[in-house]
Write a protein that binds this ligand. Structure first.
Ligand SMILES: *Cc1c(COP(=O)(O)O)cnc(C)c1O
Length: 374
């Protein structure tokens, strides 16, 4: 197979188009004349199909599907479950995923267990025959815990459950969970895939065509497929994924070890650091640590001060864009984690999460030096 960076830009952008454009046409239509191969955009649209084929190709799966958001993608995966089924999820999960599982899915009679999935013994002790789905983030968000995907796939398959991995943190460029035994990979396309803060989108890729068919049925039945225009924007943004992430990751690695040496910084969470307990495991299952760093300051006031004083890091939720950003998980990205959740007590206002963009590293470092000053 061709290299990832080549696959990103070399694909047939316009199948069956007699003008042979280099960029894909946007099929901005809700209906198609019958008889013909397509009837209605909710059920299928050529621009979305192109994106879906590309997603599957990049993840190495049988079937790709594009949704109106990362949450819509996760919802579609959860719709594989019925009342009485169980779901086991990483406790350190994106705030919105936590809210969806604990407050909506449980209403439908699905039982949800949260556990530290980097602890295989804890997972094995909890997994039972009623579990149909294991949902994992690795590195987790925001504490960057590393879960052993191959081992989790075995544990899940032992009880006939599917393993789904939310791969938004690394993107298919840096980690391919299907190759490690996962059944489904989920992406928030809003993050690294898009990279430009101009699309809200989600993706799911399945290892087997059979599971893909189940999800395509759900996508059509619910009507949460991505629109043609957004599909086109995402497809376009994805072309520079490797280029962007190489640069972002290089700066992030440098900043992570630099942050560690700053007196006001108590702790840095980034899997590339030698002290990280999951470093070796992460190196075995991924090709890099990405461009998101979480770090704890010596006080909440300091964290607030950094947010107030920075000029180069936009205070926004989300991550993965070409521009750098900084946020406070406890009050922003993870505000929706319920009070009673086990992970809540770790989400202090001293914690910041940084997404490193493609700006000059010197400018970023200079800005942080100033912002960290009391
Ligand atoms: C942002 C995010 C989501 C949700 O994606 P949206 O596109 O915002 O709906 C899911 N999982 C992770 C890890 C995320 O960072």
């Amino acid at each position: 197979m061709t290299d990832f960076a080549t696959r990103l830009v070399q694909f047939d952008a316009s199948p069956n188009d007699r003008y042979r454009p280099s960029s894909s046409p946007i099929y901005q239509t809700s209906t198609f004349r019958l008889p013909g191969p397509l009837d209605y955009t909710r059920s299928g649209n050529p621009t979305r199909s192109l994106l879906e084929t590309q997603l599957a190709r990049l993840e190495g799966g049988a079937c790709g599907l594009a949704f109106s958001s990362g949450m819509a993608a996760i919802t579609a995966v959860c719709d594989l479950l019925a009342s009485g089924d169980g779901l086991l999820a990483s406790e350190d999960l994106y705030g919105g995923s936590h809210r969806l599982l604990s407050q909506l899915l449980t209403r439908r009679g699905v039982t949800v267990d949260f556990v530290d999935t980097s602890d295989l013994e804890a997972v094995a002790a909890l997994l039972g025959e009623h579990h149909r789905l294991v949902l994992v983030e690795t590195p987790s968000n925001p504490f960057q815990r590393i879960s052993d995907l191959a081992a989790l796939a075995n544990l899940a398959h032992d009880v006939n459950a599917w393993l789904a991995v939310d791969n938004s943190f690394l993107s298919p460029y840096l980690q391919n969970p299907l190759a490690l035994g996962a059944d489904l990979v989920i992406q928030s396309g809003t993050k690294f895939l898009c990279g430009h803060s101009n699309v809200t989108a989600g993706g799911v890729v399945s290892r087997t065509a059979e599971l893909g068919e189940k999800l395509a049925f759900i996508q059509n039945a619910i009507g949460n497929g991505l629109s043609p225009f957004e599909s086109w924007l995402l497809l376009d943004g994805m072309k520079t994924l490797a280029l962007r992430l190489d640069r972002q990751q290089e700066s992030a690695r440098w900043l992570a070890s630099w942050l560690q040496r700053q007196p006001a910084v108590r702790r840095v969470y980034y899997p590339d650091l030698p002290e990280h307990p999951g470093r070796e495991l992460h190196r075995r299952q991924a090709r890099g640590s990405g461009a998101v760093i979480s770090f704890e300051l010596d006080s909440a006031a300091r964290a607030q001060g950094v947010l107030d004083r920075t000029r180069r890091f936009a205070c926004t939720v989300s991550f993965g864009a070409v521009h750098s950003s900084l946020e406070q998980p406890a009050l922003m990205s993870h505000a929706s984690v319920p009070e009673e959740a086990s992970i809540r007590r770790l989400l202090t206002p001293r914690l910041l999460r940084m997404s490193v963009g493609i700006e000059s590293l010197a400018d970023l470092q200079e800005d942080l030096t100033r912002a960290l000053r009391a």
